[in-house]
Design a protein around this ligand. Sequence first.
Ligand code: ZN
Ligand code: ZN
Length: 117
Amino acid sequence: MASKIPHPVNIKAPHGATVMHIEWSDGHKSVYPHDILRGYCPCADCQGHSGEIKFRQGGNTEIRDIATVGNYAITITWGDRHNTGIYNFEYLRMLCQCPICKPPESPAVPSPDHHEK
Ligand SMILES: [Zn+2]
Ligand SMILES: [Zn+2]
């Protein structure tokens, strides 16, 4: 029995885009703003050795290239050639910013706004 972690079946990161989209084998559709992906780059340079994952602001957020590593991860080459982060599928899935995984803090319920004249 292979791992039950879903794998990406389709990765979309068109040139000039600021958001990457991944479609998973279980049908989930993920959304990743580039600054999130870069800020959570899992490499030791970005994350240090504390073992705690933290968001690091800054860094180039242009995606030059995406490569798969074995059948468990992808690497991203950024505009500044930083490419040492290995995003395994489980980690990637955790970073998903879609409305299902990361519901907006305040639901967009239109508030009644009656202006009587
Ligand atoms: Zn890094
Ligand atoms: Zn999601």
